[in-house]
Design a protein. Structure first.
Length: 152
């Protein structure tokens, strides 16, 4: 058995995230940043791509340096993963019907509970803060029309 670094599935995923982040940042440069008063279409994707690349790089380095092979998911981890996937699917499918801000609130609340954030105050605060931030950022500051849903 080799004692060198292993390049498993998680390292492959981290590599793909790193490449995707760099690609998003590079492509967003073509769109332009605009100004603080009138942000351009490339501003947000640039920062998101840079953040994805910056956060995935240490994960990739840690995975490559790790000598232990990754164990398959146990029953609880598989359940958590399945619930998170279901939450993201709900978020995408319910958005046109309920609207972006409401679905973001509900999906964030569900994710907080799936990740076992204790009590109800913290998940509600995180969900409300996320929904408010999304509304302020996209609707008021960037003037991007978000799906409103049946509630307007």
């Amino acid at each position: 058995m080799s004692s060198g670094p292993k390049f498993g599935a998680e390292a492959v995923f981290d590599s793909l995230l790193l490449l995707a982040g760099v690609a998003i940042a590079v492509v967003s440069l073509e769109y332009g940043f605009g100004t603080v008063a009138r942000p351009g279409p490339g501003l947000y994707p640039f920062f998101v791509g840079t953040a994805i690349a910056a956060f995935s790089l240490p994960l990739l380095v840690a995975q490559v340096r790790s000598r232990a092979g990754s164990a398959p998911l146990d029953r609880g981890e598989a359940r958590t993963l399945a619930l998170m996937i279901a939450t993201f699917c709900f978020w995408i499918l319910a958005m046109p019907l309920l609207g972006y801000v409401i679905v973001t609130f509900l999906a964030t609340l569900a994710l907080c509970k799936v990740m076992r954030l204790e009590g109800w105050r913290k998940p509600l605060a995180v969900s409300g803060g996320t929904a408010l931030f999304v509304y302020l950022l996209f609707d008021l500051w960037l003037y991007i029309d978000l799906p409103r849903g049946i509630l307007g």
